[in-house]
Each structure stands twice: as C-alpha cells, then as structure tokens.
Write a protein that binds this ligand. Structure first.
Ligand code: BG6
Length: 487
C-alpha cells in the first residue's frame, strides 16, 4: 500500500525532563526535589537495577537523600548539565531540523519549597532564556509541567499528592507558568505519564510505599487529586490563554493476548482497562469509567471525592492525548509466563519480538496499533511524546559514536507512524525520547543512553560533559529534511 506521508505541519523533535537533563540542582535558587534524592545504584548488577525490590524508594533512602550534599552519588543532581549547556544543545537541535522541543519545567526551580507565595525569579528567567533560544531557531515549545520531580518540602510537610492541598499548590504553580510564559509555549502538558503513579508511586504521586497501610487506596486517591488538578489546569489555561492547547499523557502499554484462549483475551481486556484506558478515559472523556468500580472494590479502594469533582472532570477534558511508547507485552492468565524488562513494569515476554539490552521488547507495529486504538476511542489529536531506545553507546577516539541499532529503531518506528497516518489517525507530532543523553529515570544511570547526541559523562557524573553527534544524529537530520521535502 502506498503511504502519502506526514503532513507539512507535522512536529519533529526531541524530549527531555528537567530532573534528568538539567543538573544545576542547587543553582539559581532551585529547591531540592524528589528526583534529587534518588541515589545512583552503581554497586548493583543490571538485573538488580531492574528489580523493583532495589529500585523502590524507602523512608531511609529518602531521608538520606534529603540530608546528603553529595552530587556524584545522586545522578539527577548532575544530569547532562543542560543548565550550563542549553544554548549549545538547542543549536544542535536546530541543526538537526527539529521544529519542536519537549522539555519539562522543574517545579522546585519556580517554587523551591512549593508552598511559597512568590516564585523564584531566577528560575523563571532560566526557562525564559531557553524559550527565547528555541524561538531564535523557529523551534516550537512543548512544556511538561510536572515530570516526576516534586519539591521535597511538599512531601515532608503535606504528604504530597495524598493530600488534597496539593491541588492548590499545583494550581498556583500552573498560574505562574501561564502568566509568565503564555506567549512562549505552544503546547502544555500538566502531568507526564499520569499512570506512572500506579507502578512507581514515588515518581508518579511522590508517595513512599512503606508509609502506606492501604497503598492501593492512597495511590488512587492521590491520582484523583492529580485528575482534579489536571481539569482545573485545563480550565485555567483556556481562561488565561483562549487559544492554548493542553493535553494529557500516559505511558501507553500495548498488550497482546498470549493465545486465542478466552481467558487470555479477558486478561488483555483488563490489562488495557486498568493500565491504560482508565487514565485517558478520565482526562479525555471526562469521567471515571464504570469498569473501575469493580476493580476498586476488589482492591479496597474508597475514593474521597469533593462536591463538584465529577462535574469538573466532565467540563474540562483535554485538547489532545499524548503518550510514551517503548515496547509491547503479552497478557496471559498463566502466572508462570516468562518475564522481561519494560518501562515502569516487568513485562510478559513475547517470543516473536527482539528486546533491547534492558529487556524492553521492540515493536514498531505495536506503535501503529496503539495510534489506531487511541484515535478510535477518543477522536482527539494524538502526540507521541516519547519513543526511543536505551542502549550502551561507545564514544570512539575520533569522537564518533556508531549506533546502527538506534537508527533501525527510529526508522521502523517512524515508518509505523506513517502507516498509522495512512490508516486515518490524526497524530501531529513526535518527540524522540532523550534526544540528548540524560540520566535514565528507571535505573538512575548515564550508561543507558537514548540520545542522538552523546554526552561525555559517566554514571557518577565524571567526564567533560562535551557533546558529540552520534550516527543517529545525521540519520535523524536527513530523515526530517527528506520528510519535509516530500510532505
Ligand atoms: C518514561 C519517562 O517513562 O520513560 C522518562 O517519562 C524515562 O522519564 C523514559 O526516562 C525511559 O525510561 P528509562 O527508565 O529507560 O529512563
């Protein structure tokens, strides 16, 4: 079948998150945030790094992290040092032909504690400089307002998202961003991967598991507060910036039934409902889906909703649906099915797919399926906010990095998007994850690299932090140029 290609307006770009790329964790008046307190796991094997037992945040680790002044032991504190390299990085993005940059704003750079009345001017200026730099090259700005990093003061004083007060703190932050950047930002995203709270409560809703007797209940309550904050932020954005575009995002998990046995298909339906649809149904359709009643009952979840919450969710759904896509997995009623790695989850292995070095099963066709499923259900524009391959790259003596595996990943996944567009899906942009090497969120290390730009730093932040173009940089640049020409 011939494929027409990408529309002229299609956005091609890269994505990062403040905590993973910026560094400068205590510069410019920034407060300490939850990601700054996650230690590197240098002493662990790769297998252990993927094991939830080692990965999860504990009260002891959190307190140690809050008290520590060490930088090397806490990789999110140095990141890729974009704080001091942003001009150079954005120039490289422009050279590649990127027309959109998805970045997140660090809440603790704007409100170091989270509950102050006045924002930190230096923090606002830092982002203003970044936006000006993007505009200089005609690069559009896509802002994630909260990508996992919450000011630690809000965790210690208020219990983070389990407390409804967080909605007010978050809205004050949102209002400050809209007031200051209404003319600078093209797309707003209140929450990165909102379903992450279910799989990694510390990252998603800033809860420490062992401190919760009924974790399921508290996680879903915290998520409810995020849903309400999301709806109020959509309301505020549309009031303050009538033409603004504001979306939601999930880590999208695509599941295939292991067999055509009805039990496996039922399992697949439930996996889709509980890990994916629930979140986008609330934010894009505007209401809690009926299938969750039974689930909540089984998990002993009793949500406290305030008067008006239901109406609020219904009245302020998002304008577009964004998602991250890395891998697919198998749904099965067989508990002993072979396991493998995955974004936020341990996945069931699919014998037909190849895996990355971290066990994530690569599946471009799954991306086409996902795009079709999401568009069928919501009929709203879609945005691929993250997609990419984490791998060990080698910097050669002449400054080159040969990464044919990443080129193949990008080639096949972008081809799948093209097919989905031909299927009739309205998808308006693609920001490749970790366009520049950054600290891995899941395994807290630099060794798992995603970028088309290499950053010379190791897991302990040792190195020159010099930037090098990988082979995939040239590939992506040529690809974008070619697509622009043919669209
Ligand atoms: C997404 C996150 O879940 O996956 C990113 O939004 C993260 O922050 C990305 O970096 C890749 O995961 P990881 O664990 O390989 O860094």
């Amino acid at each position: 079948m011939s494929v027409k290609g990408f529309p002229k307006s299609f956005l091609w770009g890269g994505a990062t998150a403040a905590s993973q790329v910026e560094g400068g964790y205590n510069e410019g008046g920034k407060g300490l945030d939850t990601q700054d307190c996650r230690p590197g796991n240098f002493h662990l094997t790769r297998e252990q790094k993927n094991d939830w037992k080692y990965k999860k945040m504990t009260t002891e680790k959190f307190n140690q992290g809050c008290a520590s002044k060490d930088v090397n032991a806490y990789p999110f504190r140095f990141g890729s040092d974009e704080y001091h390299h942003y001009k150079e990085d954005i120039a490289l993005f422009a050279e590649m032909g990127m027309n959109v940059y998805r970045l997140s704003i660090s809440w603790a750079r704007i409100f170091p504690l989270g509950d102050e009345d006045e924002p930190n001017k230096e923090g606002l200026q830092y982002y203003k400089n970044i936006f000006d730099e993007c505009h200089k090259y005609g690069i559009k700005v896509f802002v994630t307002m909260l990508h996992y990093a919450v000011p630690v003061h809000l965790v210690k004083e208020y219990g983070a998202w389990s407390n409804r007060k967080m909605i007010d703190f978050y809205l004050k932050y949102a209002k400050t961003l809209f007031e200051n950047f209404k003319d600078d930002v093209d797309y707003w995203l209140p929450f990165n991967e909102i379903n992450a709270g279910r799989f990694n409560p510390y990252n998603g809703v800033a809860l420490i598991e062992e401190e919760h007797e009924n974790l399921d209940n508290d996680v879903f309550q915290a998520l409810h507060h995020q849903f309400v904050a999301n709806a109020l932020t959509v309301k505020l954005a549309h009031e303050m910036m009538p033409n603004s575009k504001i979306g939601c995002m999930i880590a999208r998990f695509c599941h295939y039934p292991a067999t055509c046995k009805p039990e496996d298909n039922l399992e697949q339906l439930h996996d889709e409902q509980y890990t994916n649809w629930f979140y986008t149904d609330v934010m894009a359709r505007g209401k809690y889906p009926a299938y969750m009643n039974r689930y909540f009952k089984a998990k002993n979840v009793k949500l406290q909703m305030a008067e008006g919450d239901v109406e609020l969710l219904a009245e302020y759904p998002v304008d577009f649906v964004a998602f991250s896509y890395y891998f697919t997995q198998v749904s099965t009623a067989d508990e002993n099915w072979e396991k493998t790695g995955g974004n936020l989850v341990i996945a069931n292995k699919n014998p037909y797919l190849k895996s990355s070095e971290w066990g994530w099963q690569m599946d471009p066709i799954g991306l086409r399926i996902t795009l079709n499923q999401l568009y069928d259900r919501y009929q709203k524009p879609l945005f691929i906010a993250e997609n990419g391959l984490g791998a060990v790259d080698v910097l050669e003596a002449d400054g080159s990095v040969h990464d044919p595996y990443r080129i193949e990943y990008l080639r096949t996944h972008t081809a799948a998007i093209k097919e989905a567009i031909e299927d009739g899906v309205d998808v308006f942009g693609y920001t490749m994850w970790g366009i520049i090497d950054l600290v891995s969120c899941g395994s807290v290390e630099m060794s798992k690299r995603y970028g088309v730009i290499y950053v010379d730093a190791d897991d302990e932040g040792k190195g020159t932090f010099k930037r090098y173009k990988k082979d995939s940089f040239t590939w992506f640049k040529n690809f974008i140029a070619q697509e622009n020409e043919t669209s």
